[in-house]
Design a protein around this ligand. Structure first.
Ligand SMILES: Cc1cc2nc3c(=O)[nH]c(=O)nc-3n(C[C@H](O)[C@H](O)[C@H](O)COP(=O)(O)O)c2cc1C
Length: 89
């Protein structure tokens, strides 16, 4: 999606892009559990997006209805697995 297309999203939709690091890494088992829980939560709340995970960095795009996306981002900000979390957009 281009930045112009993002700007045209209806105001009820929210797109958040953040970056962070996981300096201690995430084990394969932790990643599998995280992906399953995140997929279920995101689908139940109409949230889509893309997680680019290049240890120790990650770049995550989240989009969907504003309130669920903001609630999820608050949970992500409180998750101690994220270090140096930066809101990119
Ligand atoms: C790299 C990374 C990406 C994450 N992405 C999501 C996600 O897309 N959806 C989700 O529900 N949780 C995701 N989580 C997990 C959340 O940070 C958090 O643990 C989860 O929402 C549960 O929060 P709670 O314990 O406050 O309920 C992610 C965690 C990490 C480390």
């Amino acid at each position: 999606m281009t930045s112009d297309q993002i700007d045209d999203l209806p105001s009820a939709l929210r797109c958040i892009v953040y970056s962070s690091t996981q300096p201690h890494g995430l084990s394969q088992a932790a990643l599998v559990a995280l992906a399953a829980a995140a997929a279920a939560y995101n689908a139940a709340h109409g949230i889509t997006g893309q997680l680019l995970h290049m240890p120790p960095y990650c770049l995550h795009v989240l989009e969907g209805p504003a309130e669920p996306v903001e609630n999820l981002f608050a949970a992500i900000q409180a998750d101690p697995r994220h270090h140096g979390l930066r809101l990119e957009r």
